[in-house]
Ligand binder design. Structure first.
Ligand code: C5J
Length: 223
């Protein structure tokens, strides 16, 4: 498809066609961003993710305005835990495990309040919501089919956390041939050093598996 927009990014500008570009918002769920959910159960300070909300909301508005396909993802599991690998369930020493009761319902379980996307980034009808059991958005989901049906070749990616679900998804997408630009300030990590390192890894070596940009540049490119 014809490349019509120019995104300022590192390590180089990226030319993209909005009709072939999707915005992917990764796991901006109450379970990760609000107290009492999965993120906090693992010992994290969830306030560290709040900085990504406004940039992601501005990016979402710009993407909708430009007519991009918007794809939301949610990490979570079936109520009977049949899709949780035992190794994931048993990992670490959390204060509450996946499926345990919490103030936002059962931790990381589909249908519970904590599993929902935060109010500022609620999906609109018609926007695909990918429920994923893993860190990457392609594993055990229909994402590949949705992107190929939409004739998508480029992804703008934001969400949480930079070095876990954003990174895994971008690595998977890169191997599948998608050009991925990660929107740095619309991503966040419980560990700010990991956020920076994660972004540095993506754009190193001439953009070894993607590009890094920010919300101002992405919004300007979509205007
Ligand atoms: C994590 C995620 N960190 N969405 N999930 O477990 O990054």
């Amino acid at each position: 498809p014809a490349a019509r927009c120019r995104l300022e990014a590192e390590p180089s500008p990226l030319l993209f066609d909005p009709a072939a570009t999707a915005l992917m918002i990764i796991d901006m769920q109450r379970d990760f961003l609000e107290p009492g959910g999965f993120g906090e159960s693992l010992g994290n300070d969830v306030a560290l993710l709040a900085c990504a909300v406004e940039p992601a909301a501005a990016l979402l508005a710009a993407a909708r305005g430009a007519g991009l396909l918007v794809v939301h993802t949610r990490e979570g599991h079936r109520p009977d835990l049949s899709d949780v690998p035992p190794a994931k369930l048993a990992r670490g020493a959390p204060s509450a495990r996946i499926g345990d009761p919490g103030p936002m319902g059962r931790i990381l379980i589909r249908g519970e309040a904590g599993h929902d996307i935060i109010p500022a980034l609620q999906p609109r009808p018609g926007e695909p919501v990918i429920d994923k059991p893993g860190k990457g958005a392609f594993y055990a989901t229909a994402l590949a089919d949705i992107l190929s049906t939409g004739r998508i070749d480029t992804l703008l990616v934001c969400g949480v956390t930079t070095e876990v679900c954003v990174h895994t998804t971008v690595r998977e997408a890169n191997d599948r041939g998608y050009r991925c630009a990660v929107v740095a300030d619309a991503c966040a990590s419980y560990n700010p050093a990991f956020h920076l390192a994660g972004l540095a890894m993506i754009k190193a070596q001439g953009g070894i598996f993607g590009w890094v940009t920010d919300s101002a540049a992405a919004i300007a490119a979509l205007a």
